[in-house]
Design a protein around this ligand. Sequence first.
Ligand SMILES: C[S@@+](CC[C@H](N)C(=O)[O-])C[C@H]1O[C@@H](n2cnc3c(N)ncnc32)[C@H](O)[C@@H]1O
Length: 255
Amino acid sequence: MKHVARKRFGQNFLHDQHVLDRITDSIAPAAGDTMVEIGPGLGAMTDQLTRSLPHMHVVELDRDLVARLQQRYRPEKLTVHAGDALKFDFGSLPVPDGQKLRIVGNLPYNISSPLLFHLATFAPKVKDQHFMLQKEVVERMVAEPGSKVYGRLSVMLQWRYDMTLLFIVPPEAFDPPPKVDSAIVRMIPLAQPLACDGARLEAVVQKAFSQRRKVIRNCLAGMFTEAQIIEAGIDPTVRPETISLEQYVALANLP
Ligand SMILES: C[S@@+](CC[C@H](N)C(=O)[O-])C[C@H]1O[C@@H](n2cnc3c(N)ncnc32)[C@H](O)[C@@H]1O
């Protein structure tokens, strides 16, 4: 029976073989990799990846799709984790000594930011991540200071990852087509992120960008004095979107 795409699970299934091949080439799966796919859906990417991998893991929330995947693949080939990727402990997957996890997925766009933040907590155990996301989200992730779309997602993810927008995917590549363009992003955890307490950095960045149009002195009133902002090497009259990752880290590291 044909699966009817469920909007609430952000289901848009890839059917363009050229796009599937390009994504697979970008991921370049190798036989020894430990790989997990988030939201395998009907298995379009899974089929491609399992050609090179003797075994892989998937995490899928939709129980109907879980049942389909379990019917389609032998358990030695595919371990299906039925559940919510937002709550999944990616650190619990068995990875051989000296190796790290590879994470891939055409992500459900309705939960992309919280999912990226959840995944960031596993960054030290991860080799790389390749995701399909809404193009605008990828543009925010890789944005530089001064850009209109530079914000919390840019700073928090750039603190942990080296990120590259690989290519754009048009709506026609999916069934049903989403209303927006999509993009493939490669995320490689940094070996040595700038030393900083993540929760503190998050608090500073969240407060800074909660009023993008104000100058940073006013955005951070109550958290830092003007003198402290200057001490972190920041002009207190600039807007939050012009402040670099290094400067936000300096602020978060103030005693
Ligand atoms: C955009 S579709 C991609 C499907 C498939 N990978 C493809 O490319 O055709 C997103 C998939 O994520 C699943 N999904 C949605 N929310 C999820 C969650 N919280 N945890 C795990 N999977 C989820 C959906 O059921 C769906 O299969």
